[in-house]
Design a protein around this ligand. Sequence first.
Ligand code: FES
Length: 81
Amino acid sequence: MIEISVCIGSSCHIKGSYKVIKSLQELIARYSMDDQVDLKASFCLGHCADGVVIKVGDRYINSVNPQNVESFFRTFILESE
Ligand code: FES
């Protein structure tokens, strides 16, 4: 199971974390990965200047946004399997 936590702290929220979560839900459905991915929202992950911040397992990935979330998903979720 891959754990993904998307920061919904105020700074990341302003940068589009809600849209990022929506897109991730769609991508997870598109690739039928519901049973492999645990998608959660998280409070501030401590890298506010570089939001949206997403934690995948023990890694922090910065600067995800609604425009690049699909490439984030490909790189860190699909290709990490
Ligand atoms: S608000 Fe997202 S890292 Fe602080």
